[in-house]
Design a protein. Structure first.
Length: 133
């Protein structure tokens, strides 16, 4: 077992190898909740993202050298913008941006009834690159 690593508020410790197993499962259930337009507590979202980040780090660190690495997640916090701002930057209507979010063509989170959009996703779309998740 690997050394426990603090990933969130005081008192929560998750070993990196456990996070490698839990992260994808929790991220999957979080995505299902988002697709069903269920409200997800922002603290739950943040914790799942941190567990997944820690798990990805551990998997990358423990891959044999002859295998390609999985994408290393960015440790920078996500910069969120409004649908209106994303629409202006993409020269689209807010409704069109919401459609992109719903289809997964643009990365964002539904918080209650309001979408927040990843600024990096908008930047990538403007540059013609696929949506970074």
């Amino acid at each position: 077992m690997t050394r426990p690593v603090v990933i969130s508020g005081a008192g929560l410790f998750v070993p990196a190898d456990v996070a490698a197993e839990l992260g994808p499962v929790l991220a999957h259930f979080l995505e299902l909740a988002r697709r069903d337009y269920r409200k997800v507590n922002p603290d739950v979202v943040e914790t799942v993202e941190k567990i997944d980040l820690l798990g990805n780090w551990w998997r990358n660190k423990n891959l044999p050298s002859n295998l390609p690495s999985v994408d290393t997640p960015c440790s920078d916090p996500v910069q969120w913008i409004t649908v209106k701002t994303a629409a202006e930057e993409l020269s689209k209507t807010p409704r069109a941006v919401t459609g992109l979010l719903t289809r997964g063509s643009l990365h964002g989170e539904l918080v209650g009834r309001t979408w927040r959009v990843s600024a990096a996703s908008v930047k990538s779309r403007k540059a013609g690159s696929p949506c970074p998740n």
